[in-house]
Design a protein around this ligand. Structure first.
Ligand code: C5P
Length: 233
């Protein structure tokens, strides 16, 4: 893995926007199509990616081809693909259409519509500065405990983790293109792409995340995001 420390080459930035989730946790409607400040969550996420990247690929759920065609027609994305069963499958679907000359690949969840253009720029800059990957993270404010089910069937505390060592990780996450491709060669699944880069020995650096960059998971998050939107410039 000698080349993992090689500096990234200059070249185009491609952003993959993941919107192929079924929204099972949200309820009946996939969260990415809910309205936020009069704009769909997916459109808001795509607009920021469009401003921050050279090329944008959006990953949609099966049956959303008409949505994809509309996004191409409007210029919101350069390409769309249909995603897979797990998040990492969806990333791999998009990697298949990223040009070989891509230098940096950014992966962003459409479910985070409030990530700023500045945050996209910061993770890309960290990769240009030599990191294999750069991810935004914010300090954990809650006390986090590892839990387990005991012999009575009750959920009990196993351990209290040292909060000073923990951070909550967000997207957009930026990668040297070659490293992200390599991390996805073994078709494993992870809740973020950085975990796959860690697994192949890549150096993942942290940039300051944004507390406003929440993930829309349930209806409460949409209400919070609406309020946050009003506070953002
Ligand atoms: O489910 P979760 O909230 O972790 O999803 C994170 C992002 O990944 C969402 O934007 C979702 O649309 C996307 N996703 C995907 N393909 C899947 C699962 C999730 O594109 N199979």
């Amino acid at each position: 893995m000698n080349d993992i420390d090689a500096p990234p080459s200059d070249g185009p930035v491609w952003t993959i926007v993941l919107a192929a989730g079924s929204g099972r946790r949200y309820g009946a409607h996939p969260k990415q199509y809910e309205l936020l400040g009069g704009e769909r969550v997916i459109d808001r996420a795509l607009a920021t990616c469009r401003a921050a990247a050279d090329h944008v690929v959006v990953v949609l759920a099966p049956g959303e081809d008409a949505t994809g065609e509309r996004l191409l027609d409007s210029g919101a994305a350069d390409a769309f693909v249909i995603g897979g069963a797990e998040r990492s499958d969806s990333v791999r679907s998009a990697l298949a259409v990223v040009d070989e000359d891509a230098a940096v690949i950014v992966v962003h969840d459409a479910a985070r519509p409030l990530a700023s253009a500045g945050l996209h720029a910061a993770v890309v800059a960290a990769v240009h500065a030599g990191a294999d990957a750069a991810i935004p993270a914010v300090p954990v404010v809650d006390t986090i405990k590892r839990v387990r089910t005991d012999t009575t069937g009750e959920l009990v505390v196993g351990a209290t983790l040292d909060r000073s060592e923990l951070m909550a990780v967000q997207t957009p996450q930026a990668f040297r293109a070659e490293v992200l491709h390599r991390a996805h060669v073994d078709a494993t699944d992870a809740t973020d792409d950085a975990a796959l880069v860690e697994a192949i020995g890549g150096r993942v650096v942290i940039v300051a995340g944004e507390t406003t960059n929440i993930k829309i998971t349930g209806p409460d998050d949409l209400a919070v995001a609406s309020v946050l939107l009003g506070t953002l410039g």
